[in-house]
Design a protein around this ligand. Structure first.
Ligand SMILES: [Zn+2]
Length: 364
């Protein structure tokens, strides 16, 4: 399974009311060994006897699952276990994950949400006059989707009329080749959920292909790089990621500008953790933006199961003092998943940090 195939919406639908769900992130080769310190910490911190009992049972279920399934060659593993909700499963992925062990009201999806946002699948088109290969790139690995033969010969000096005929024929071949590649690209875009394309290879071929692309597909091209296709494939992927990430950073800044504009004008923008979570809970958020380094807490109530986007001693909904802290971003990510809204993680942007590190574009 790839990272992008993990269904965060389905995971977001799993929830208890107290501390019911154990989530572990670890390197496949390490298993749970690096998390023993956190294990002890959680035992010391959980003061409710039933919750503690559930913690031990959930952990022991997870250990059995690990014994039966070898995940030692997975780069990262996300495991979710809850004895009380009768869930125990693992997602081995090809990406590094931070070591984490959490015990909360729902699966801790924040690291997955961050990775999925950062590593969207994109198309890489590697072309020269000899041939074109189209790859989908996911999780830093390229997978070949299709190959088109070019067979365009180099320029040859013949002189006179035969030179002109030769060049004309070559131009026609190149146009036909570009058209064929553009058609293949179009059908892949229709089939896959792709928002970005990077072109690499010979300048002449890239031009031939680009001139045949319909405008809406041309708009998806986020980078074009002159690249000798005899170089190793991992270098090609690396070059493509540079363009992909450069575009990602531009899009993040654009999103912030849109939210800022909306917040300043017609009110379809909201700023700050409390307001953004409140809007997300009722499905008003279209796209939220959050600083990657935000570590703030939210408060979950055991009585009414409501959650508030700040750390408080009493539930603002029902007044109960039976509350506990949960990770704010994780909570926000879950509500956004459940309402089909997007969440974009960004490097710190100063005015966003001043506004509380979180903001959103609203649907209404
Ligand atoms: Zn309450």
């Amino acid at each position: 399974m790839t990272l992008q195939q993990i269904d965060l919406r389905e995971l977001s639908e799993i929830r208890g009311n107290g501390r019911d769900v154990l989530t572990a992130y670890f390197r496949g080769a390490d298993g749970l060994s690096q998390l023993s310190h956190r294990e002890k910490q959680i035992r010391d911190l959980v003061d409710d006897a039933l919750e503690l009992e559930n913690f031990e049972a959930s952990l022991s279920n997870l250990r059995s699952l690990l014994e039966d399934n070898d995940v030692s060659d997975a780069v990262g593993v996300c495991a979710i276990s809850s004895a009380v909700l009768d869930i125990c499963r693992m997602y081995p992925i090809a990406m590094e994950v931070p070591n984490r062990l959490t015990f909360g009201p729902a699966p801790f999806i924040r690291p997955l949400a961050e990775l999925q946002d950062e590593y969207e699948t994109f198309l890489l088109l590697a072309c020269d006059n000899d041939r074109t290969r189209i790859f989908t790139v996911t999780n830093e690995a390229a997978e070949a989707e299709s190959a088109i033969k070019g067979g365009i010969k180099n320029h040859v000096r013949k002189g006179g009329w035969s030179q002109q005929r030769y060049e004309r024929r070559r131009d026609n071949q190149l146009e036909h080749y570009g058209d064929e590649v553009a058609g293949e690209l179009e059908s892949l875009i229709r089939e896959l959920d792709i928002r970005r394309i990077v072109l690499a290879g010979s300048e002449e071929t890239m031009q031939a292909i680009e001139s045949q692309l319909p405008e809406r597909i041309g708009e998806l091209v986020v980078g074009r790089e002159a690249f000798d296709l005899d170089r190793p494939e991992d270098e090609l992927v690396e070059v493509a990621y540079e363009d992909y990430f450069a575009q990602e950073r531009r899009d993040e800044k654009d999103l912030w500008k849109r939210i800022q504009g909306a917040a300043l004008s017609d009110g379809r923008g909201c700023l700050g953790p409390k307001e953004t979570l409140a809007a997300a809970k009722i499905g008003r958020v279209e796209t939220a933006i959050a600083s990657r380094d935000l570590r703030t807490q939210a408060t979950k109530c055991r009585q009414c199961e409501d959650v508030t986007g700040e750390s408080v001693d009493k539930c603002p909904g029902c007044g109960s003092g039976d509350v506990f802290d949960v990770d704010y971003i994780d909570t926000l990510a879950r509500h956004l998943e459940l309402t089909s809204a997007a969440l974009d993680f960004v490097d710190p942007i100063e005015p966003l940090s001043k506004a509380g590190h979180v903001a959103a574009l609203l649907r209404y």
